[in-house]
Ligand binder design. Structure first.
Ligand code: PGA
Ligand code: MG
Length: 231
């Protein structure tokens, strides 16, 4: 199928699409902040601001929790991160499962964009670094699960994005060649994984890119709304 991208010289020839979750389909920063701050309170540690958390999202839960602990403990407490990690993860998982989706909103244009891709007969997967036990209920509660043939999380494969492995495994599950499978994401993580896997990538401008401007990350297109894929 030919997909026309804004400002692209020629259409992309694709059979399938992989769509990232946090920062691409759903603004989950409120959920992250709520679950992480409840975790920190349980550990009797100080709270962290959402703007700081935003820079740490995208490389899965372990990276996020370790980054948050490192931030609140500071250089002097760096050695306590390992010691606290297991209990921190348990408290975080407990709270995240309780609040999942309550402080999160689907970005404008997402349903319209997904609907249009689906209507064109493309095979579709959600591919996120979020644990599958968080991703599935979130997609369901936001009414997004019906768009996807497959859903894979950060714990579905041995390695996470930016490693190409999850993309290659997802392409195989969708029976689509990497060069004909579009990755839709919001961070350099998604772009690096796509490049290494040989997949075209488009990036959303509104998501989380580790505190860096997304325009500097190479992609077939930078889009302000998933609805721009509906042309
Ligand atoms: O949980 C994360 O680290 C972010 O996940 P994402 O891959 O959906 O952006
Ligand atoms: Mg993301």
């Amino acid at each position: 199928m030919q997909l026309n991208l804004p400002a692209a010289r020629q259409p992309l020839e694709i059979d399938a699409v992989m769509v990232d979750l946090d920062g691409t389909m759903v603004n989950t920063l409120g959920d992250f902040a709520e679950a992480l701050n409840r975790m920190l309170a349980d550990l009797q540690l100080p709270a962290i601001a959402p703007q700081t958390i935003e820079q740490m999202v995208g490389k899965g839960s372990e990276h996020l929790i370790r980054s948050v602990l490192g931030h609140v403990l500071g250089d002097a407490g760096a050695s306590r991160v390992d010691e606290l990690y297991t209990r921190a993860w348990q408290r975080y998982e407990h709270h995240y499962l309780q609040i999942n989706g309550q402080f999160a909103d689907v970005y404008p244009g997402v349903r319209e964009g997904l609907q249009a891709l689906r209507a064109r007969g493309l095979r579709m997967a959600c591919l996120t670094n979020k644990p599958l036990s968080f991703a599935r209920p979130l997609l369901a509660s936001k009414g997004l699960d019906g768009f996807f043939d497959q859903v894979f999380g950060g714990d579905s494969f041995e390695r996470k994005k930016p490693d190409p492995m999850p993309l290659l495994k997802t392409c195989a599950a969708l029976a689509s060649q990497p060069a004909r499978t579009l990755m839709v994401g919001d961070s350099s993580n998604d772009a690096q994984a796509a490049e290494a896997a040989g997949c075209p990538v488009v990036l959303m401008t509104y998501g989380y890119n580790h505190g860096q401007p997304i325009a500097a990350v190479a992609a077939a297109a930078h889009l302000d709304s998933l609805e721009q894929l509906a042309v």
